[in-house]
Ligand binder design. Structure first.
Ligand code: ATR
Length: 270
């Protein structure tokens, strides 16, 4: 049996074990996947003993993605660019490979739900934390223009300095958003966890705007309820991205790509 786990804190509500169990059933690849509640100062110790005891791979979630980046022996290009790792794989030579499948998971999901991203697209990214950083390079690679706005403006500026060599990227203040128009607004702030929304003008949304929230919950997220009330054309939460990033981790570990849409459907009906 191959062993896997997701490491995070909190982890109780993680859907990753269920997703990988469904991938296993779908592809016929047997595996054991559990959730590991990792005390904040024990990430390095726990992950090392996990792999010493024969595990083959791990997913990493909040707040350990940067630590996972630091302990990986080798990095994929997209993990290197994001400076964050959500997937670890034990290689045949005993080294740990770090990957980041969040960005490709987002792009995959945006396409799945029919929101077009073309080089002419204007995209607004709200937030400048770890979640935002993981998706910047895949968005810029599509050739579109990206504006980052963050409550703490200098964090948005830092990301622009980090990524400006990769494409069309700029930063702005929340307070200056009222007279700008965007095709897609992506909420990568953690405000939804506390039932809050970023403090931005409703004027940026009209019936041509598509809004995507990286956060998800059983009911409509606070950001999406707000966007819907302002008349947004399309709203979507991050559940599809969660399944898609898991599918790309599965591909890295097993060499087989699961069918994402059928798993989303099964879990929506559960
Ligand atoms: P994550 O890994 O989820 O990105 P993080 O690195 O702590 O977590 O970043 C949280 C992001 O959400 C930040 O951009 C934060 O803004 P600040 O840099 O100003 O702190 C943003 N955020 C959290 N709560 C918010 C709120 N109520 N309104 C607006 N932005 C919020």
């Amino acid at each position: 049996m191959k062993y896997f786990a997701v490491f995070g804190n909190p982890i109780k509500h993680s859907k990753s074990p269920r997703i990988h169990q469904l991938f296993s059933q779908q592809t016929g690849i047997p595996l054991h996947y559990e959730a590991n509640l990792t005390p904040v100062n024990y990430f390095q110790k726990n992950i090392k003993s996990f792999f010493i005891n024969g595990a083959m791979g791990a997913n990493i979630t909040t707040p350990f993605k940067e630590q996972a980046y630091n302990i990986a022996d080798q990095l994929t290009e997209r993990a290197l660019l994001a400076k964050a790792v959500n997937t670890l794989k034990l290689l045949d030579n005993g080294k740990l490979l770090g990957d980041n499948t969040d960005g490709i998971g987002l792009i995959n999901d945006i396409k799945r739900i029919g929101i077009a991203i073309v080089p002419e697209s204007k995209i607004l990214l709200l937030g400048a934390g770890g979640a935002a950083r993981g998706i910047i390079q895949p968005i810029l690679s599509l050739g579109c223009s990206l504006t980052i706005a963050n409550r703490t403006y200098n964090r948005a500026q830092e990301l622009v300095s980090m990524f400006s060599y990769l494409g069309k990227i700029s930063s702005t203040h929340f307070s200056l958003l009222s007279d700008k128009k965007f095709d897609i607004i992506i909420n990568a702030t953690s405000s939804g966890i506390n039932g809050e929304i970023p403090n931005i003008s409703p004027k940026i949304i009209d019936n041509n705007t598509a809004c995507y929230d990286l956060f998800y919950q059983k009911t409509l997220t606070p950001f999406l309820s707000w966007a819907q009330a302002q008349g947004a054309r399309h709203i979507a939460d991050g559940f599809g991205m969660l399944v898609a990033q898991a599918a790309y981790s599965f591909l890295l570990w097993h060499g087989v790509m699961p069918n994402i849409s059928s798993i989303i459907k099964i879990m929506h009906d559960e």
